[in-house]
Design a protein around this ligand. Structure first.
Ligand code: FAD
Ligand code: DHB
Length: 397
């Protein structure tokens, strides 16, 4: 039996777990991380790319933004298309200079993992957290399995940063929270292709065939998504079919989509999931362990890292001043921002996805919103400030 002790036991080496560990270290608080997958798997997992202003500020504060600053691509705006009409939302002008950066989630995770391991800290890959016990006492424990051997990580607090399928949320006492779910009747087929982006800013598009998104990863790699039915399989989507749909859905006068070899294809279902309590005793949840937003608007990873800010504030107050006030307000401090992001992600999803026949009442409401966006600076500002992420001060009340 392996036995380890630390102050904060972290389950999950995704963005939330790795930001938490590195941030706690800055304050002299010890942490040990347990991660189910191998390092290669975590660092190769293709997911998010949109990094909002708050996340950039946090990585800068941690001194871990050097590679993102060098290799990430800053965007000062976004294009929104509807039935081949296209408008531009200028972020900087509408939000006082706030922007987003496109930089792969797995690159952020890699930078954070490198910093953690280079500093001689502990991260157990290929180690499965199997049980969290005693979180209603001052000495909670994480049971785990590594290389066929069992172990116990004893700590002051457990931070469940273990994603949607982890054990953190399942461990919360059933009666301690209420959950809310929406399953959307469509999914995203996402691709990575070796081709220069056909656009200087991201494009979100409504088309009668369904939603499309043009994003990118670098000057030579494009990231694109198309709305597909929930029962679709990637096997039904040849490269030719994907490019043909993307060209139709992103079509715009005088603009052409460049095509190239596709080297990654996957389908992601779209859902919203919420729970209204992120803590039970000394077990605290952050990120996808606690909430899922549909990906339209790129909020999931940013929200996970925003939760961690509140968690760090709570742990620092506890260890430095013996105060439990911020532990007690953790759920509510985090939930205000989470609900705002749920609303924005739901709004963007419903504005740009095909939900009913072209010309239906739902379609006409979508079009009315877009037509209003074209003429209203106030409406554009609403999108811009949510897209780049509202500052933390906005949620203090
Ligand atoms: P995760 O990244 O899921 O990490 C959890 C970790 O816990 C995993 O490494 C897992 O292996 C580990 N784990 C699970 N169970 C156990 C266990 N029992 N023991 C030990 N370890 C365990 N977000 C954005 O902000 N911007 C975007 O542009 C964006 N685009 C997206 C596009 C797509 C197609 C998808 C699918 C998602 C997108 N997201 C985006 C969402 C974002 O990827 C997630 O919200 C983010 O990964 C959440 O981070 P996390 O650390 O909470 O959880
Ligand atoms: C990306 C993903 C998103 O969900 C989004 O809204 C914008 C960009 C991306 O992967 O680049």
């Amino acid at each position: 039996m392996i036995s380890i002790k630390t102050q904060v036991g972290i389950i999950g080496a995704g963005p939330s777990g790795m930001v938490l560990a590195n941030w706690l270290k800055k304050y002299g608080i010890d942490a040990v991380i347990i991660e189910l997958r191998s390092r290669e798997y975590v660092e190769g997992r293709v997911r998010a790319g949109l990094v909002e202003q708050n996340t950039k500020d946090i990585l800068k504060e941690l001194g871990l933004d050097a590679r993102m600053k060098k290799e990430g691509i800053v965007h000062d705006g976004v294009y929104l298309s509807f039935d081949e009409e296209r408008i531009h939302i200028p972020f900087g002008e509408l939000t006082g200079g706030r922007t987003i950066t496109i930089y792969g989630q797995q690159e952020i995770t890699k930078d954070l993992t490198d910093a953690w391991l280079d500093g001689g800290e502990t991260l157990h890959f290929e180690t499965k957290a199997t049980k969290i016990i005693d979180f209603d006492t001052k000495s909670p424990k994480i049971h785990f399995e590594k290389d066929g051997e069992e172990g116990i990580l004893e700590c002051d607090f457990v931070a469940a940063c273990d994603g949607f399928h982890g054990i953190g949320r399942k461990t919360l006492p059933k009666k301690s929270f209420q959950s809310y779910d929406i399953t959307y009747p469509f999914s995203w087929l996402g691709i990575l292709a070796n081709v220069a982006p056909s656009t200087d800013e991201l494009i979100y598009a409504y088309h009668e065939n369904g939603f499309a998104l043009h994003s990118l990863r670098s000057e030579t790699v494009s990231r694109l998504y198309v709305q597909v039915d929930n029962d679709e399989s990637v096997d039904n989507w040849s490269d030719d079919r994907i490019w043909s749909e993307l060209s139709k859905r992103l079509a715009n006068l005088g603009w052409e989509l460049k095509e190239g070899p596709i080297f990654e294809k996957s389908i992601t279902p779209m859902r919203s999931h919420m729970i209204d309590s992120l803590r039970s005793g000394r077990l605290l949840l952050a990120g996808d362990a606690a909430h899922i937003v549909p990906p339209t608007g790129g909020k999931g990873m940013n929200l996970a890292i925003a939760d961690v800010k509140h968690m760090v504030d709570a742990f620092v107050a506890y260890y430095k001043t013996n105060s439990e006030t911020l532990l007690d307000t953790y759920t509510n401090d985090a939930l205000r921002r989470i609900w705002r992001a749920q609303d924005f992600s739901n709004f963007m999803t419903k504005l740009f996805h095909k939900q009913d026949a072209h010309g239906s009442f739902t379609y006409r409401l979508q079009k009315a919103k877009f037509d209003y966006l074209k003429v209203s600076r106030a409406y554009k500002t609403t999108i811009a400030e949510n897209y780049v992420g509202l500052p933390f001060e906005s949620f203090k009340n």
